[in-house]
Design a protein. Structure first.
Length: 283
């Protein structure tokens, strides 16, 4: 079965120097920006946008070369470019300050945004994500190796639905939680050779030197910070949640979700949303 590009949330587009960036939006009030990880798109945050729109103007972007966002030329995409894109999007949308939420490599991007513009981030929420010298994590290294060998793009363009679903098993407690359409929405864009090659270049550049370099900036970040971490994650051990809490002086609370895996913002949305609602209510 081939993979299409279906999506569960309507998108608008923000013009940036990197091209048009797709985003989904719901709600009014103070803006909250949600950043997903590699291979995914804004749909990972659909439960937050639909259930927290009474509290925030919730905006979830598709990273460059993901979802419906434009694809930069091959060789022009790395995590620093994604962080700069985020800041261009909030400028385009007119957000002077904003809450920031990140998952997976989107959490690393969120940390880079904090390091670059700490006064604009009114609060920070980090879930299981690349941190300090655990980027890329050991369990992800085979994909980095494929990317550096130039073989990842071929894998992505030829990916069928069963293989795509199987690739998500390590990040979910129950991979059948996702419908076929949801899996399609995540992996469909990489049937495009341009997107697959851009993503290959993106993955090939993953290097912990980028995240190690911002430790001092994180150690000066005093805005309210919430850390919510699944304890059964093969990529990001709960020790990294504790490292972040010890490093970021603004940390108000660390929540460890017993048995949860990397993509719990989808799978345990009600539990996560309860934490966000309580945090934003007092932060």
């Amino acid at each position: 079965m081939s993979i299409s590009t279906t999506t569960s949330m309507n998108r608008s587009f923000a013009p940036t120097g990197f091209g048009n960036v797709a985003y989904a939006e719901r709600g009014k009030g103070h803006p909250a920006l949600f950043v997903h990880g590699v291979f995914f798109n804004a749909d990972i945050w659909q439960h937050q946008l639909r259930e927290l729109d009474d509290l925030r103007r919730c905006v979830a972007v598709d990273l460059l070369a993901h979802g419906q966002s434009d694809c930069p030329p091959t060789g022009g995409l790395d995590v620093a470019a994604q962080a700069r894109m985020i800041l261009e999007v909030v400028d385009t949308l007119g957000f002077e300050t904003f809450d920031l939420v990140g998952n997976d490599s989107g959490g690393a991007i969120a940390q880079l945004v904090v390091a670059a513009s700490p006064n604009r981030v009114s609060s920070l929420v980090l879930t299981n994500c690349d941190t300090h010298d655990n980027w890329p994590p050991e369990a992800f290294q085979p994909l980095v190796d494929l990317a550096r060998e130039g073989a990842l793009a071929d894998v992505l363009t030829g990916l069928d639905l069963p293989t795509a679903r199987a690739s998500l098993e390590s990040g979910l407690e129950d991979v059948d939680f996702l419908s076929d359409a949801q899996v399609d929405a995540f992996f469909g864009p990489f049937r495009s050779r341009a997107n697959a090659e851009a993503l290959q270049g993106y993955v090939a550049t993953m290097d912990s030197g980028v995240t190690v370099a911002i430790r001092d900036e994180l150690a000066r970040f005093e805005a309210p910070t919430l850390i919510v971490w699944g304890t059964d994650d093969v990529f990001f051990d709960v020790a990294w949640a504790r490292w972040l809490a010890a490093t970021i002086p603004g940390t108000r609370r660390v929540v460890e979700l017993e048995g949860a895996r990397l993509f719990f913002p989808m799978e345990r949305a009600a539990q996560f949303n309860e934490e966000l609602r309580a945090f934003w209510g007092v932060s």
